[in-house]
Design a protein around this ligand. Structure first.
Ligand SMILES: *Cc1c(COP(=O)(O)O)cnc(C)c1O
Length: 965
């Protein structure tokens, strides 16, 4: 029955996008306001937010943004921007290659909300589909790299190399600080390594590895395989020398080349890193793509990022979940070995599916085609009198020419991007999209070196082999059944559907995860990212081919500056964690530019997200923890004491605002003042910006720098654990210390700290999502989104308060955009933990709120503005019903162990089994609320045994027999 208040009156203007994005209709908002006790959302905001930080105290501020437009108009503007891009055939190489995304994967994963709106699989029982897809990815990378333990993705190849550089330092027995890097490495990787090495005191030494390792206290070495110039050299001698000297060997390997070449593991490497972009993931002007890292058994506890492993559920069935420390990596804070949180799950799933679809033979055939076409090009160029620099190669050539500019220009006229290496050298890389016609065009662009040279057509000899014979791959790969089953589209389609059906994503239920802002990812926002004009651009293409994307990037930078009150924004960091690092590096650069090299202490409240401390350590800072008072706020006395203690060594404070406790602390301006007076800088973690947009601006209320999470506040979907974008925004005095990029002067200030991502503009391919959100919301829409998010959180808090204590509140008993529900008192009375509640929510068809962050034993609920009242109530009713169940345990009516909370989640198999000997009924297990009889989600596995999986670590596809009944 449609709610009459939702039906537009005839002749009324068409609904604006903000009304679609914001869940509650006006009548629902009014009802919620009544429950919370305010007359308007503006009144609520003015009561909740301290006046000292409001942009326009007592009233609502206006944001200076273009007026909102509708979905059709925004898409038309995006079409216009797209038409200003001129994607050409990308033969630039350097780690980014043309690829054919199988349409069945494009539409049914990349464009499918069942996959892209999922959250990181912290609740494994409702994430079995994406966990299986990720274990396929891990198995694929492990097989190809010859190293048994692979993580579930890293952010890109360059940052994966940086993670390997620090991993090697942790475990090497050599006490030195020298990390040797192959002189024939991708230039962006070298620069990212330098950015990351400098604050840690690591000395990056570039060396021609054909001469062996240089002298010095070398603790690790990185070899590019095949090299950036295309040559394929056997790295085993360097690896052996490294091992003799106690150093670790990292091989940055091309994933497609590995189908033909001996694997890094086989050659003795300790760590392999790289990108899986060319396995079907569009270029997207630089990203997002899944980086990978794989390691030997001995290093498995050192792996950064997440690792999917196999365990068993309560019925003994195999079940996937995040393994080892990777579930809660950030709890280790400053002792964490990496700050990676959001990674590249969606892209890893795509790359894994590409391998599932093609299988080992298909991949090998693609690699053979790439290789033979490269060889044909090399041979023909040689026949025409050109010097091809290397005799061995996989897909990349370096060719001596009289004028590189002229060849590059002529190729461009034919629609092909080549690489001008230097004045006399052209580089080119062949990929699976390269046609024989492309080869002819490339040849035409080169012309002829000798007048008398033969001019026959290019001939593609299927047997050409220019890989060194002793590097030929002998070991099989992708022998597991999953890579040898789904050859037809029907079969793959159904496999992907089967997997996504196991998972709960936003297309089925609200995901009230505090701190994660799981809001609507509107279709109109998503639609343009797979348009070829955005998706097909190479990150190192000349900028005049990317005029539309650059214009979009500049728009978004400007809009985010307006929203946050900062002066400059860099979109390069490809996750929040990377934005944190970039922001702290800016602070470090600023202090050093003023001769304050000794300022290296970063104050971090005890309630902070774990990435904060981990990033501070990566930025070369020492972490000092500031206590939080009983009300969750930063303890000002302790802050004063810590400032006094560290004095002139104070570099910064890193606070989240509103705090991770979900309240607007009224002391924030005082915190800023105290730190500034002591010469420190203020970093405000912007993960909670959804509580501020349109009402308060960190850049105006005292902060110097923030990172934002476009995958939280600005509608980029979470992708099951990535992609993300973590822009860093700064006030003008820090602007000169933002990230930049060696390959693209327009990507940042020339005085910048170097790149923090491999690509100049980071994950540029998904920026149209946030662009479209801001464009369609306008300033007023964004402001009402904030108001509704705060209203919804307060509504949930108010409704649940009679059943669960709400842990922290701020002014007037109000919370910000999320609220923490305390399960500990109930646990004392009943033994039922927050985890039991989380698992029981699955039986009710919900994804649990955030568990035990920032306080153990609690659940943090963030409803966001996108959920309507009916969905909020569905959640509230589930929570109320669960409270009733807890009471039945507390009263002894249900046994402390044998009850539906401890038994949750319940699978269909368990509930329909012939035998049922639990102390509650089947209906109580499966249908605790009548509404569930209409719409029931069945968790595919029961409660997973975490400890079992860690004791018996398996992190590649288990054999099919493991699933036998
Ligand atoms: C999400 C989050 C981060 C980290 O962001 P990623 O994109 O996952 O790296 C940092 N701080 C807070 C408070 C967060 O909620």
């Amino acid at each position: 029955m449609p709610d009459p208040s939702n039906v537009p009156t005839p002749g009324a203007p068409a609904r604006v996008f903000a009304d679609r994005h914001i869940g509650p209709a006006p009548a629902e908002t009014a009802e919620m306001l009544k429950t919370v006790g305010y007359g308007s959302t503006a009144d609520l905001m003015n009561a909740a937010v301290p006046a000292s930080i409001l942009s326009a105290p007592g009233q609502s501020a206006t944001l200076d943004l273009p007026a909102a437009i509708g979905e059709a108009e925004a898409l038309a503007e995006l079409r216009d921007l797209a038409s200003r891009n001129r994607p050409t055939t990308p033969m630039i190489g350097r780690g980014y290659y043309g690829t054919l995304t199988p349409p069945v994967i494009l539409r049914n994963i990349m464009e499918n909300p069942a996959w892209y709106t999922a959250y990181t699989p912290y609740q494994p029982e409702i994430s079995q589909g994406r966990l299986e897809a990720l274990i396929n990815f891990q198995t694929m990378v492990s097989d190809l790299t010859g190293l048994p333990i692979t993580g579930a993705s890293l952010l890109d190849e360059s940052t994966a190399a940086a993670e390997a550089m620090t991993l090697a330092r942790r475990v090497s027995k050599v006490k030195g600080d020298v990390f040797v890097v192959d002189s024939d490495v991708f230039p962006q990787t070298l620069q990212v390594l330098r950015t990351r090495a400098e604050p840690l005191g690591i000395e990056v030494v570039v060396a021609d590895l054909t001469q062996g390792l240089p002298e010095g206290d070398v603790y690790g070495v990185l070899v590019q395989y095949p090299a950036s110039s295309g040559v394929v050299r056997d790295p085993s001698a360097v690896i052996a020398e490294a091992h003799e000297r106690g150093a670790l060997a990292v091989v940055a390997a091309d994933i497609l080349a590995l189908t033909l070449l001996r694997s890094p593991g086989d050659l003795g490497a300790d760590i392999a890193v790289g990108s899986t972009q060319r396995f079907g993931v569009p270029l997207g002007f630089g990203g997002p793509h899944a980086g990978y890292m794989s390691v030997g058994e001995k290093l498995r506890r050192q792996l950064p990022g997440r690792l999917v492993g196999v365990s068993v559920d309560d019925a003994g069935k195999p079940a996937y979940r995040l393994a080892l420390q990777t579930r809660e990596q950030h709890i280790r804070r400053e002792k964490a070995t990496s700050n990676i949180c959001t990674a590249q799950v969606l892209l890893a799933i795509m790359a894994g599916m590409y391998a599932v679809y093609h299988g080992p033979d298909g991949l090998r055939a693609i690699a053979r085609q790439v290789h033979t076409r490269t060889a044909a090009l090399a041979d023909t160029l040689a026949q025409r009198g050109f010097e091809v620099l290397h005799g061995t190669y996989f897909d990349t050539l370096r060719v001596r020419v009289p004028s590189a500019d002229r060849v590059v220009e002529r190729a461009l006229e034919a629609g092909i991007n080549l690489l001008g290496v230097d004045q006399g050298t052209v580089g080119l890389s062949v990929d699976e999209t390269t046609t024989v016609d492309d080869l002819e065009k490339v040849l035409a662009a080169f012309g002829e070196a000798d007048r008398g040279a033969e001019r026959g057509p290019v001939s593609v000899d299927g047997d050409a082999d220019r890989l060194p014979a002793d590097l030929a791959r002998g070991v099989d790969y992708l022998t597991h059944q999953v890579f040898n089953t789904h050859r037809s589209e029907t079969s793959l389609l159904r496999y992907m559907r089967r997997l996504s059906d196991r998972d709960l994503a936003l297309d089925r239920t609200m995901i009230p995860l505090g701190s994660c802002t799981m809001k609507l990812n509107a279709t109109a926002e998503m639609e343009s990212i797979t348009w070829p004009e955005f998706a097909g651009l190479h990150p190192f293409a000349p900028l005049d081919q990317a005029a539309g994307s650059v214009s979009l990037i500049r728009d978004l930078e400007g809009w985010l500056a307006e929203v946050t009150g900062y002066d400059a924004v860099s979109l390069q960091p490809n996750a929040g964690s990377q934005g944190e690092l970039a922001g702290l590096l800016a602070i470090r650069g600023y202090h050093r530019s003023r001769g304050d090299d000794h300022r290296d202490v970063c104050l971090i409240p005890s309630s902070a997200h774990g990435t904060n401390a981990a990033s501070a350590v990566m930025a070369g800072m020492r972490v000092a923890v500031v206590a939080c008072a009983d009300d969750g706020n930063v303890d000002l006395d302790d802050l004063r004491a810590k400032i006094a203690k560290h004095g002139a060594e104070l570099a910064a404070i890193m606070v989240t605002y509103p705090s991770t406790a979900g309240v607007y602390e009224d002391t924030i301006t005082e915190v800023c003042r105290l730190v500034h007076e002591a010469g420190g800088q203020v970093y405000v973690d912007g993960a909670n910006l959804n509580a501020l947009v349109g009402w308060a601006k960190p850049g105006e209320f005292g902060a110097d720098v923030s990172h934002l999470n476009l995958h939280k506040t600005f509608c980029i979907p979470h992708g099951g654990g990535g992609p993300g974008v973590g822009p860093v925004a700064v006030r003008s005095h820090l602007a000169g210390f933002l990230p930049n990029h060696p390959g693209q002067p327009e990507a940042g200030p020339h005085t910048g700290v170097g790149p923090v991502s491999g690509a100049p503009f980071g994950s540029a391919g998904i920026l149209p999502i946030s662009w479209a959100y801001v464009r369609m919301m306008g300033g007023d829409g964004l402001r009402s989104a904030t108001e509704t998010a705060v209203l919804s959180a307060n509504y949930v808090a108010k409704r649940l308060e009679p059943y669960y204590p709400v842990l922290y509140t701020g002014a007037n008993g109000l919370v910000a955009h999320e609220c923490i529900i305390d399960i500990r008192p109930l646990q004392k009375a009943s033994g039922i933990s927050n985890e039991d509640v989380a698992k029981r929510l699955m039986d009710y068809g919900f994804h649990a709120p955030t568990m035990s962050f920032p306080v153990n034993g609690t659940l943090m609920v963030e409803p966001t503005e996108s959920e309507n009242l009916a969905e909020l109530e569905r959640f509230i009713q589930a929570m109320i019903s669960i409270r009733g169940e807890i009471d039945r345990v507390a009263s002894g009516e249900w046994d402390a162990e044998d009850n539906p909370l401890r038994g949750a989640p319940h699978t269909a198999e368990a509930v329909t089994a012939d035998e049922w000997n639990r102390g509650y009924t089947r209906a109580e297990a499966a249908y605790p609320l009548p509404s569930l009889r209409q719409d029931k989600y069945w968790p595919p596995v029961g409660r997973i045994d975490q400890a079992y999986g860690d004791r018996n670590l398996v992190c590649s596809c288990p054999p099919p027999e493991a699933f036998e009944l």
